[in-house]
Design a protein around this ligand. Structure first.
Ligand code: IMP
Length: 399
């Protein structure tokens, strides 16, 4: 059985923890989109691991795959693996020969571009690397092994972007990338073939989503999105797999909503309540440390994520953060001008949430908590299978 675990909101839903929790049941954990913009936090025996590129499941001793749909910063990957090694964890990873590479030029371009259009990107070079990919001037992992060709490619990018990068800088960057690639050469595979062979031989795969449904370049709150298909449709192009190999999709949602960066957020809270939730939920970005924007649960967003991804089951995270509130507003629909909408429309900034107010709870045994879960299930059309009430593996209920 191959399972996908997908973020249903704006990223940071707690996928890292859920993937880590479920990983035991799978042989391979594969990522297919994004890069080091992702920040998956996994807590294990009180120790916090922040993973950006390495799939979260490797903490369970599983093989971690980085698919062609990802954009890979080998400097970050190396650092991450060194940090894991310091903790005694030396995972087996497999990197797609066709994945595109983030270079210092891409990171520089990300910072420059975002000053002009202000999406609030993570400045990890993600957008520019997807840009050079579709522009057909990108650098793939496989291209790093030929230094002369690599230099030509770096010069081409610098020309396209009018960057005027000096020759000694091209020399330095190409040497650095080439030597990193050499360090990783035993991990590089044609993943589309490697993975299908593994599946044919009976191995099971967990597809680890990064970011969330509303950051998908096609279906998110464009232009305030990331540059890849973060939804389950991205799995197939991002790993080179046919859709029939995906058996089941689990969505991950917080019991409320958060967002980092700019863009529409209908249920956003301001003031004291926002601060309380932010502090209680430690809502600071895992990659950039930025305070996350916080708000109430938004069911039109969960409905849309369910529809786009084919979600049947949900893991609801951080329910402990809401505990102790008297009353909890939940957005059930939107009012967009004169229209009532059940799903987020392409111009979400024109919509106001319509709330229903549910009773709060003081413990997970309370009837009011059960009603909160049932309310979500009924309104979204999913089953809540996992409830997470803390960062540790043990703080998880399977229903
Ligand atoms: P980029 O992916 O760095 O280009 O950033 C685009 C938008 O997506 C920004 O608003 C980021 O804050 C957001 N973003 C990217 N990756 C993540 C993530 O893993 N979690 C939450 N937000 C993210």
């Amino acid at each position: 059985m191959n399972l996908a675990v997908m973020g249903m909101q704006f990223g940071d839903e707690g996928k890292g923890k859920i993937v880590d929790y479920l990983a035991e049941r799978f042989d391979i954990i594969a990522r297919y989109c994004g890069g080091s913009n992702a920040g998956h936090t996994v807590v294990w025996h009180g120790k916090k691991f922040k993973l950006h590129l390495v799939p979260s499941g490797v903490l369970r001793g599983k093989i971690g795959v980085l698919g062609n749909g990802m954009v890979i910063d080998l400097e970050v990957l190396k650092k991450e693996l060194e940090e894991l090694k310091d903790e005694g964890i030396e995972p087996r990873i497999v990197i797609s020969s066709r994945a595109h590479v983030v270079t210092p030029l891409h990171r520089e371009m990300d910072a420059l571009e975002d000053k002009i259009r202000n999406i609030g990107t993570t400045k990890r070079g993600i957008g520019p690397t997807y840009e050079t990919k579709v522009k057909r001037i990108g650098i793939r992992i496989i291209d790093l092994f030929n230094r002369e060709e690599l230099k030509k490619k770096l010069r081409l990018i610098s020309r396209f972007w009018n960057m005027d990068v000096r020759d000694d800088e091209i020399e330095r960057v190409s040497r650095m990338l080439h030597s990193l690639a050499m360090e990783f050469r035993n991990s590089v595979e044609d993943v589309e073939i490697w993975l299908q062979k593994a599946i044919s031989s009976g191995k099971s795969v967990l597809f680890e989503g990064a970011q969330g449904a509303m950051l998908d370049v096609d279906f998110g709150t464009y232009p305030f999105v990331t540059s890849s298909n973060t939804n389950s449709l991205g799995i197939f192009s991002g790993l080179g797999l046919p859709p029939k190999l995906l058996d089941k999709v689990m969505g991950v949602s917080k019991a409320y909503t958060t967002r980092v960066g700019e863009g529409p957020f209908p249920t956003e809270l301001k003031g004291k309540m926002a601060e309380e939730l932010r502090e209680k939920g430690h809502e600071y970005g895992a990659t950039t440390g930025r305070p996350r924007r916080v708000g109430w649960l938004d069911l039109p967003i969960l409905r849309y994520a369910t529809l786009l991804n084919g979600i049947e089951e949900v893991a609801l995270t951080k329910v402990d953060v809401l505990q102790g509130l008297k009353e909890i507003p939940v957005a059930v629909k939107y009012r967009c001008g004169n229209e009532i909408k059940e799903y987020p429309p392409p111009l979400l900034n024109k919509c106001e949430p319509i709330y229903e107010y549910l009773d709060g709870w003081d413990s997970l045994e309370d009837e009011a908590f059960k009603r909160y879960l049932e309310f979500i299930e009924k309104n979204v059309g999913v089953k809540i299978r996992i409830v997470s009430y803390g960062a540790e593996r043990e703080e998880t209920l399977e229903l």
